[in-house]
Ligand binder design. Sequence first.
Ligand code: OSB
Ligand code: MG
Length: 375
Amino acid sequence: MKIEEITLREIQMPLVHFFETSFGRTYSRRILLVAVNCDGVNGWAESVAGENPFYSDEWIDSAWATMRSFLAPALLGKTVAQGRECAALMSQVRGHRMAKAALENAVWDAEASQKKQPLWKLLGGTRREIPCGVSIGIQDSIEQLLDKIESELAAGYRRIKVKVKPGWDINVLERIRSRWPDITLSCDANSAYRIGEIEHLRKFDQFHLLMIEQPLWNDDIYFHARLQKQLSTKICLDESIRNARDAEAALELGACGILNIKVGRVGGFTEAKKIHDLCQSHKVPVWCGGMLESGVGRAHNIALSTLENFRLPGDVSASKRYWKEDIIEPEVEVSSSGMISISNAPGTGYRVREDLIEKLTVRKETLSASVVAHA
Ligand code: OSB
Ligand code: MG
């Protein structure tokens, strides 16, 4: 497959409901979509870089600039047999994993279409349906949060994750557990606590959570290991796992008992698979995280979640929880038993609605091999 053209575009989509974490509130998404043209076949992907560098140091404008100036030129005009070869071609650039992931995954997407194979099979998946959980943001009141949990449970979701931060944690978990003593419940702090707060964090143990996600610094592994020794609740690392090497260090140190894999955070499908395989060999379960993706990113998360060691419900949920209208067809639907069934169709099994995407586009740039050669 010759990588002939790469089109970057930004679409803007308001969320059905704002999403609040310990680092801030989002009302509307600015989403960077990538389309690669390989031998006339289009592959699509989404960069999960956010509107600001608050979750990680990447954000949409840094991803765009890095793709345009460095990553796209490293790929354009090259011939690859498989999407997995892209990571090596872009390896001169340090970091910028969310930018790299979108380009690599778009080539995987094109490869699946060209081979007329489901992307999930190409990735080595085996599951024909995947279990789903939901991530529920910080609300204006605990009552509003309880109402949301009630409707997500009624919809069939198999795991409830709530966002926590100092002042919205023990009080909230107490109210949830007194109403639902037995549901599968977890929490995500997005780095809101410090190692000096061990006594406070030990109070989380009374709620029998499935896990506590990323309690400490976004770039830390060592102090999470120290904290894990003091908690009975399993720690799950998200932000601080950038690659398979980080995952290996975290497992060796005992910094977590569960791992969240986000394909954007780790730089693409190739690295995500490596982390998956490593955790599997250590008998540590993983689950697929989400970044408020549009259908394009959602479809890729679904394909990845078919790998065997994605044993816990992910944050991959129905399109309608986020969007009035999603940019794929059909939209992602979750059954009343909290499962997404996996299509056997070639590619992702979801059609990209290019007409709708065109209407939502606020910025677009097409880069081609000849332009790069003359630049
Ligand atoms: O930490 O998992 C996170 C959203 C934005 C940034 C970080 C996170 C999240 C979520 C939402 O938890 C997951 C989703 O429903 O897409
Ligand atoms: Mg998280």
